[in-house]
Design a protein around this ligand. Sequence first.
Ligand SMILES: Nc1ncnc2c1ncn2[C@@H]1O[C@H](COP(=O)(O)OP(=O)(O)OP(=O)(O)O)[C@@H](O)[C@H]1O
Ligand SMILES: [Mg+2]
Length: 599
Amino acid sequence: MIRSKAHTPMNNYALNTNNDRTQKGSFATAIKQLQPLLTSEKTQLIFVAIAIVVNSTITLVGPSIVGHVIDTYIASKNYHGVAMYTLLLSGLFLFGLFASYAQTRLMGGVSQRVLFRLRNSIFEKLQDLPVAFFQQNKAGDLISRINNDTDKLAQFFSQSIMQFIGNIFIIIGSAIAILLINPRLGLAALVPAILLFILTKLLGPWIKRRNAVNMKSIGGMSAEIQESLDHFKVVVAFNRRDYFRKAFQKANEENYETAIRAGIANNTFTPVYGFASSAAILIVILYGFHLITAGLFTFGLLISFLAYINRLYDPLRQMATLWTTFQVALAAWDRIHAILDLHTDLAIMTEPPQLQPTHPDAVVEFHGIDFSYSPDAPVLTNASFTLEKGKIYALVGPTGGGKTTTASLMARLFDPSEGAIFFNGKDLRTYTPLERAEKIGFILQEPFLFTGTVGDNIRYGNTAYANATNEELTTALNERNLQEVLAKFNEGLDTKIENGGDSMSLGQKQLIAFVRALLREPELLILDEATANIDTVTEQLLETILRKLPKETTRVVIAHRLNTIADADTIFFVNGGNITEAGSMQQAVDMLMHGKRAS
Ligand SMILES: Nc1ncnc2c1ncn2[C@@H]1O[C@H](COP(=O)(O)OP(=O)(O)OP(=O)(O)O)[C@@H](O)[C@H]1O
Ligand SMILES: [Mg+2]
């Protein structure tokens, strides 16, 4: 059958590491995206805001009072007035100190809780995402996002944001104050600030980009470390330490260079800001002196004015550093949000399926399935076949033919790009993950075990036995003839499993995976070469157990070996994008021997 449509590969889940979000509205978007994390902090944030306003107001009224005291009381040598105002100012500054302490404490709590929730939601998101996501992204980079990037964001929250908001408040307040005192002198003093503002606006995206590149390289380095740690045995066995050393060195160098570039970008502003502040003071002194001699300005006002200039440019200088922390936080948030924003395509289908099963009684029906990992290499093309209840099926075919892929589609580890897979007459996508896990048992080609005991691993994900004691579990296993399998482990259910199964042989891992799957009594049991690493005696044991399974259990066995195939009711040959039924054992062997591509 020829189909004109080009092959669409499985969904793209590669995280975008380049910063292509438009700068415009970036801050507003980030705040909007952060909102769900902040809603429960509303009361705290209101108190923080009040504290910031109080603190900034006190900072702002200071110079005015000082100017007033100079012109009114010091000029007339009224010491009582001076003492009164000094007392008032001390009271105000003490109150300001208290407000500042309160805001730091409150915000510290808020930021830690936000960080906590953020890490939780990323982790939850990761649990939801399909297998494709983990194949397309490196674990090291993900870890770096969860640890490093969230931390950058939290730092911004705990320290910078209050200073940031407080400073904005003070800058605007001081600007208004100097404009009120003397509009012309005020405008003149603001010129350097306005130029700074424009410069900051212009350079912001550049700083953010350099920081984003730096974070990406941190992620890359962490991915490099993770890969060499994960495959350390292989690295040693093949004497590839040099290779990894070089790869790591390269990643480290790249990180070094990007860090320097980010550092340069982050510090560009500092001297410029210092210069702008000095320029403003010069302007005020010269122009102010001119105004005083012309009798248009008082000495006290000039002192207040200079104090306000300080109030204006000091926070502006701090803003240079804060602005970069802010850009760093935005870049970090982009990287975090890229994960949070992914929509899993393994969602439960709610709208009515477009396709109807042609064999509603079949346990599994593949209906015109297309699937590929990448666009140029389709694994399945318009594949259709059905599996009937209680029968044993063998999938055979050359290495790389698509057997594991076919089995993965049956368990919905991936979704097909075309067609539909039906399970018991219903689209597989309409089942919840729990239903799927209960009804479909899949023993992977490379089983994975969790750190714990054999018993823990058998209970894992099994709702019925999640809390079963060892005795109850043993009874359950006896009923299913599985106790002999357990005899293969020194301490039975209590045998320890360390390092995610590294302490077990591959055969032992498969035995545990086997028991784990059978105990669920799935309707469909898929074994991906599950017996390839087991000795003949154990293999016979497993075969006996498989034969004793309830007769309504449908079994799909992927095996290269002839004796496993011989037990099958039907043999499917998987290769060249097709799944074809072999008429007989002999035909299957012929197909395998000649690598025949089914047409
Ligand atoms: N995660 C993946 N990303 C990209 N391509 C993949 C991935 N997994 C498998 N493939 C490709 O898909 C094709 C089918 O692979 P699959 O694992 O289904 O073969 P198989 O029949 O199970 O082989 P084997 O007998 O060696 O287990 C192969 O060409 C393989 O290279
Ligand atoms: Mg395989």
